[in-house]
Design a protein around this ligand. Structure first.
Ligand SMILES: *Cc1c(COP(=O)(O)O)cnc(C)c1O
Length: 418
């Protein structure tokens, strides 16, 4: 089974749409072109396979299916049930978990459900502070998490950028949280799940692992699994895992019913059955041997890219990476994160800014999942770093020339081939 979608399948759908709605067809074709002729270095993005896109575009999108297989509030759910049972069986098999819930509409919905399963409004939760790479759902004031729970933030060491487990323990003992959350949008290193488990046990707290980013590496055996340690694991299916946009939850048998009820009926209505079918496809792809090679190449590419960016003068947080994700401070080049992102975007290198361990400056966050899915290797990562270095240090009027070089490089690795 090829993981690379076929261009003819994509174009066939586009032709039908063009006849029916040329205005939106132009938008979709333009976006397909943008994805193919620039480089998607956003750490959270990837290219889902043709099979995943086919499931997303299937008539299962029409089906209402509130509830769970065998216990739905709607008729005609036999095949929807089959799709969800396959997705759940593949997810539990892939990650070695006793129970999986594949209904969360997004990573944030998965985290909401995990909190709903274990916490009451007003409870104290210990999580990585937002300035250090905590997600919105880890206590942002503008998010349900910050509104409904009392979040205490731990940080990272300002020098090393690594999680300070002694600080986590001290804060846990001082604040007696009901849950400890590990997981981040920007931390490039493996977390010590056993250490988090031990700290949570020490204060009688639940451990929630929000593995939205590295779950695809876990699936491919390129990152340690949180499943043996966390009470609940939250994840997305669209990041390194390369499935459809969506979320998932894993837990032990003991929490299965609470987790399921926290998703439906507590925080969601009808499941998106086409997305669940697409998740099943992605879990199937991730269980194939080729995915292990992909996951390890993602990490090898990230390490090479981090080293090459350091050689261009960027200050790489933690000195490197264990994962797909790199964060870097462009300050040595005389730029802040926002100015750097704008220059890189003008050259066709698409990525985002992020917080940095040591202060209020913004840095750059990038990842290698999408470019690895396209087939790029370590030579291309060195070329990307060279292009990035030129974009960040050269005259701004040279950016147009670099844009053409990026277009040429991207053109050699079409994300969707026939
Ligand atoms: C991406 C991410 C989420 C949220 O996922 P969405 O699908 O965007 O809601 C939650 N937590 C972490 C750590 C993430 O990286």
């Amino acid at each position: 089974m090829s993981v690379i979608p076929s261009a003819s399948a994509v174009h066939h759908t586009a032709d039908a749409l063009r006849r029916h709605d040329p205005e939106i067809a132009d938008v979709l074709l333009g976006e397909a072109r943008r994805q193919a002729d620039s480089l998607q270095l956003s750490a959270a993005e990837n290219f889902a396979s043709a099979a995943v896109l086919a499931a997303l575009g299937s008539p299962l999108a029409n089906k209402y299916a509130e509830g769970y297989p065998g216990a739905r509030h709607h008729g005609g759910c036999e095949l929807a049930d089959a799709a969800e049972r396959i997705a759940v069986t593949r997810a539990t098999g892939l990650f070695g978990a006793e129970h999986a819930n594949v209904q969360p509409h997004s990573g944030s919905s998965a985290v909401l459900a995990a909190y709903a399963a274990l916490l009451r409004p007003g409870d104290t939760v210990l999580a990585l502070g937002l300035p250090y790479g905590g997600h919105l759902t880890h206590g942002a004031r503008v998010n349900f998490s910050g509104r409904w729970f009392r979040f205490v933030g731990y940080g990272v060491d300002p020098e090393t950028g690594l999680v300070d487990y002694e600080q986590v323990r001290t804060l846990a003992r001082a604040h007696r949280p009901k849950a400890v959350v590990c997981g981040s949008i920007a931390h490039p290193r493996h977390l010590d799940h056993a250490a988090f488990r031990e700290i949570a046990d020490d204060v009688g707290a639940y451990l929630i692992a929000d593995e939205a980013h590295p779950m695809g590496l876990v699936a491919g055996g390129a990152a340690p699994s949180p499943v043996p340690y966390a009470d609940i694991v939250c994840a997305t299916t669209h990041k390194v895992l390369r499935g459809p946009r969506g979320g998932m939850l894993l837990c032990g048998r003991d929490l299965a019913e609470r987790v399921d009820r926290a998703v439906f009926p507590f925080s969601q209505g009808g499941a998106q059955m086409h997305v669940i079918a697409a998740k099943a496809v992605a879990f199937g792809e991730a269980a194939a041997p080729a995915f292990t090679g992909y996951a390890h190449r993602v990490v090898a590419n990230a390490r090479t890219l981090a080293d090459a960016l350091a050689a261009e003068g960027l200050d790489i947080t933690t000195g490197g990476t264990d994962t797909h994700l790199i964060t870097a401070d462009p300050a040595p080049l005389g730029l802040d994160g926002r100015a750097a992102r704008a220059r890189l975007a003008a050259a066709g290198l698409v990525l985002e800014t992020c917080g940095l361990p040591h202060g209020t400056r913004r840095g750059l966050r990038l990842g290698t999942a999408a470019v690895t899915t396209q087939g790029m290797g370590e030579d291309e990562m060195r070329a990307v770093a060279r292009l990035a270095g030129a974009a960040l240090t050269g005259d701004e009027h040279r950016l147009g020339v670099l844009r053409e070089e990026v277009r040429d490089l991207a053109g050699e690795f079409p994300p969707y081939t026939a």
